[in-house]
Design a protein around this ligand. Structure first.
Ligand code: ATP
Length: 615
């Protein structure tokens, strides 16, 4: 030792005596991270040597590696590298003083804080995390510097240490952990392998466990996107998520400015087991695994994203509060959101047939994202696609509006339940008018959002009003004279109102272009939205149909028959038909209660019987 040949005993320079018990408690639930810390130090030591090798032209031609061995008899776990090594002075400086100064700061903060978890990970205790599992730690190290003797450092989990020269021949550092009785699980190679796979799987230096290399040194994100093929992305995904189906699409990030960020993100095929409330990204720092629970890195609406992000500028021991407050993390979120939007826009602009299955999986997240993030909305607003009712085809909003320009400019018709609203859909289809299917949970909010963003466009559910496209203009009606028509309409209206006696119901008579439907109940778009909102807020559940209109089709033969029956004095049959028309018109709007359903079925049978007797 420059440094003298005999054993040196000393006290680690720290004023707080109880550092070790605290380290033991620190991150108790994640004590495996000690291995990540020691292996990262070993990787750093190798990188430092590679750097010096280049700068100083040392002509070293080693095969760099980190070896991990367990000795069950001795109860030790050893991490050995052939990196830069340390001189005695460096051990004093880096192990005894520097590392401990952060430990000291940690203890200071720790003792005042109510919520200990808040500061977990704030301090890079690095090397000293080994005392979470060991009661004695030894370092054997030999610096790359010629003539510097190897040294042996020992610490028994108190602030006392000893340091002496030793006979280590090979350059590099060997850290030997004497595991406590409680931590003997770390002597099991299978367990160590599992931890290495979790934390060190993508480190750039070979890590050998009992001679076998356990890691993949060139993960996909370290390669340039231009040299990676689709099958490589799929293979890498399988490695990360062996049980998952193939992902829908992926994004390769390789950003140098204004910060460093590399990674490959995947949008998975969503299954019912997939937890969309949770973050699925694995965060790395220079290929060292940091965490797989960093929701702050991804905008909330992109929670399903999976894959790896490597952010070398973030600290290895990144804490929740750091992630929440760090401006760089906000920028990372913005970049990811922008790149995902561009990717989706590109897919949408490409082949629509292959985009449709992707869209079916992602549309809820995209719509939610557009509502949350203006930039995301700007990039995607012209590319979202909607299925058209009764067709096996999709359209974008600009395409739909362009086609509708002549018939119903700026008005978008939609259905939220194709089966229940089939009568209305048929009327629209007969007039060659497209109707969009907006039947997912998010759609009612999304419609309001689209209207707010583009004040010209309005959305109207097919059962909300009779558009002029579905009813005849006055001049085209070839039926009876105007006065007579007016009189018949009035008679019909009165007959229905008197017979049905429903509160809030008004009756209107129109000539539909189509004579197949005797009547429809309509509830204005605004009233329905208001009622839905009140219902959502837990109010007004009772009377969804306070004010509604029964629109009778003057062209329907059944409606004509009702007036004929009335004229013949057959009030019973007229009432039966009027009730049937009203119930049929109400069916798409509400689930009938037991009594109403029974009455409806009984009346339907009575009508059939009448037909039976006619034959
Ligand atoms: N295997 C090693 N080879 C050479 N030097 C090492 C090795 N392990 C630790 N050191 C030295 O000891 C120092 C302290 O290590 P420690 O792990 O406590 O903190 P760190 O690595 O500097 O920071 P952190 O781990 O908190 O990110 C290192 O910076 C390095 O100089």
């Amino acid at each position: 030792m420059s440094d003298n040949a005999k054993m040196e005993k000393g006290q680690i320079s720290i004023h707080t005596e109880n550092i070790f018990p605290i380290i033991k408690k620190w991150l108790y639930s994640e004590k495996e991270i000690f291995l990540r810390e020691l292996v990262s130090n070993a990787v750093d030591a190798i990188h430092k040597l590679q750097h010096i090798n280049l700068i100083e032209g040392l002509q070293l031609a080693d095969e760099y590696a980190i070896d991990i061995t367990v000795d069950k008899d001795a109860g030790t776990l050893t991490i050995k590298d052939n990196g830069i090594g340390m001189t005695g002075d460096e051990v004093r400086k880096y192990i005894n003083q520097v590392a401990f100064s952060s430990a000291e700061e940690f203890v200071e903060k720790f003792k005042d804080l109510e919520d200990k978890n808040q500061i977990i990970g704030h301090f890079g205790l690095g090397f000293y995390s080994s005392f979470m599992v060991a009661d004695r730690v030894e370092i054997f190290t030999r610096s790359y510097q010629k003539d510097a003797p190897a040294v042996h450092w020992v610490c028994q989990g108190s602030t006392d240490y000893s340091l002496e020269e030793c006979d280590k021949e090979a350059r590099g550092t060997e850290v030997v952990l004497h595991l406590t009785d409680d931590e003997k699980e770390f002597l099991e190679p299978a367990h160590i392998r599992e931890i290495l796979k979790r934390f060190c799987n993508f480190l750039p230096v070979p890590i050998r466990l009992a001679g076998d290399v356990v890691n993949d040194r060139n993960p996909l994100w370290t390669r340039s996107a231009s040299e990676v093929k689709d099958e490589d992305y799929l293979e890498f995904y399988k490695k990360l998520y062996p049980l998952a189906d193939d992902p829908l699409f992926w994004i390769h990030l390789n950003i140098d400015y204004p910060f460093n960020l590399k990674g490959v993100l995947y949008f998975p095929k969503l299954t019912t087991e997939f937890d969309v409330a949770k973050s699925h990204i694995k965060l790395f720092c220079n290929q060292v695994f940091v965490s797989d629970n960093c929701p702050e890195l991804i905008p909330e609406f992109l929670n399903p994203l999976q894959g790896c992000l490597d952010a070398p500028d973030l600290p290895l021991n990144v804490s929740r509060s750091y992630l929440q407050n760090e401006p760089q993390v906000r920028k990372i979120r913005e970049v990811i959101s922008s790149r995902v939007a561009s990717k989706i826009a590109d897919l949408a602009k490409g082949d629509r047939e292959s985009f449709i299955p992707v869209w079916d999986n992602i549309h809820t997240f995209v719509k939610y994202g557009m509502m949350r993030d203006d930039k995301f909305n700007d990039k995607l607003k012209d590319h979202l696609i909607f299925r058209m009712a009764g067709k096996d085809a999709y359209t974008t909003l600009p395409e739909y509006l362009e086609r509708a320009a002549e018939k119903h400019a700026d008005k978008v018709f939609y259905t939220n339940n194709e089966a229940a609203q089939s009568t209305y859909l048929k009327l629209f289809a007969n007039q060659g008018m497209d109707v969009l299917v907006l039947d997912s949970l998010i759609d009612s909010h999304f419609i309001q959002f689209l209207e707010m963003k583009d004040s010209k466009v309005t959305f109207q559910r097919v059962d909300s009003d009779l558009t002029e496209n579905l009813i005849e203009e006055d001049s085209k009606i070839q039926l009876a004279g105007k006065d007579e028509r007016k009189e018949r309409s009035e008679l019909l209206r009165k007959a229905f109102e008197d017979s049905l006696k429903v509160d809030g119901l008004s009756v209107r008579v129109e000539s539909f272009k189509d004579d197949s439907v005797p009547g429809m109940v309509i509830l204005s778009e605004q009233t329905r939205r208001l009622q839905e909102m009140t219902k959502m807020m837990g109010k007004g559940d009772e009377d969804m149909f306070g004010g509604h209109t029964l629109c009778l089709n003057a062209k329907s033969p059944v409606v004509d028959t009702i007036l004929d029956l009335k004229e013949q004095g057959n009030d019973d049959d007229a009432a039966m038909l009027m009730e049937q028309i009203y119930d049929l018109s109400m069916l798409p709007h509400c689930a009938f209660d037991k009594d109403r359903m029974a009455a409806f079925l009984e009346r339907s049978n009575r009508i059939l019987c009448k037909f039976g007797t006619l034959g």
